[in-house]
Design a protein around this ligand. Structure first.
Ligand SMILES: [Zn+2]
Length: 328
């Protein structure tokens, strides 16, 4: 049994982190860049641990140098996602990696991604929305121009604001200015927390950044009161079990807290994060959840609906995707 063809809603991916290794190798060859050291002999990405993963990720990103590269990247990523049944995907994109925080350059990059997204929608039947992100380990001052880029381009394609990068850099409150700016512009918000940080990091993120979604959030499980609060307030967790297991942010599949969180009434969703880096796909995630926790069609239907309800998109898009989930 495989869940490959079941329609899926995925909220937590990083665009560059979804880059198929063959695509990155091809770009490197075109640009005469030698990044052969980041691949295994079978062609997959090679790294030792989380810090080395960040280095390999950055090396792969050196091949992505222009809006045209991001156009091609977006097409390649969406073709892959659609092959695993994803009908709606949200992806983090950072002004820092798309024009270095320059507003005009950022607009050019976004235009290229949006064109690719529209083409992919027609060709592969997948809808993509972008969440502009600041990068936590670049610091609070760098987050401000990123938030400004997000606010200025908030619309059809950029539909939310968030924060990615090294979770242990600074405290959530250090980034309140950027999140306040985005919130005041009406942008929905998400932030990585509780992947490496403890429940205190999740609690501080909710208190200081007032986000409606948390990226990962799995370490909330270590504080029963916090879990109850998350369930009560209806904050949605973007859970990425395969990523957590691969990076050893949690124990193995059997110990992963997704089921306990769900049992406690927390709104959980399922995503791949950086699928080729973590040797996963949405099909693998669904298959492993079925094998490990006995999830069946009704469970997957529920997480899809939870994800769609928490999606950062307009109502027309939500209705269109809901129809595709119903008719499947
Ligand atoms: Zn992530």
């Amino acid at each position: 049994m495989t869940y490959k063809s079941m329609p899926k809603v995925e909220l937590h991916t990083h665009l560059e982190g979804c880059a198929p290794p063959a695509f990155i190798r091809g770009l490197a060859q075109e640009k005469l860049l030698d990044i052969s050291g980041i691949f295994n002999s079978d062609g997959s990405y090679a790294y030792r641990d989380f810090d080395h993963f960040l280095q390999v990720y950055e090396a792969a990103c050196t091949t992505l140098q222009s809006p045209q590269d991001f156009y091609r990247l977006t097409k390649a990523v969406l073709e892959q996602s659609a092959a695993h049944g994803v009908v709606y995907q949200e992806t983090f994109v950072s002004p820092d990696f798309c024009g270095g925080g320059d507003m005009a350059a950022w607009r050019d990059y976004l235009a290229a991604m949006e064109t690719a997204a529209h083409e992919a929608e027609a060709e592969f039947g997948i809808t993509l929305k972008g969440i502009a992100t600041c990068i936590r380990h670049f610091g609070p001052d760098a987050a401000k121009p990123s938030a400004l880029c997000a606010v200025e381009t908030f619309g059809d394609f950029i539909t939310g604001f968030g924060m990615a990068g090294g979770e242990m850099a600074g405290r959530p409150g250090d980034f309140a200015y950027a999140f306040d700016m985005a919130r005041e512009a009406g942008m929905p918000l998400t932030c990585h927390a509780g992947e490496w940080g403890g429940p205190d990091m999740v609690a501080d993120t909710l208190r200081d950044l007032k986000v409606e979604r948390i990226g990962h959030g799995v370490n909330a499980i270590k504080d029963v009161n916090l879990v109850a609060e998350i369930a009560d307030t209806g904050v949605t967790l973007e859970v990425c079990p395969g990523s957590n297991v691969f990076l050893q942010a949690t124990g193995g599949w059997a110990d992963h807290p997704i089921q306990k969180l769900r049992d406690a009434g927390v709104k959980v969703t399922v995503s791949t994060d950086d699928p080729p880096f973590f040797a996963t796909t949405m099909t693998d995630e669904f298959d492993m959840l079925a094998q490990t926790f006995g999830w069946e069609d009704a469970d997957f239907k529920e997480v899809n609906e939870t994800a769609l309800a928490a999606a950062f998109c307009d109502d027309a898009t939500r209705a269109k995707i809901a129809k595709r989930l119903e008719t499947a």
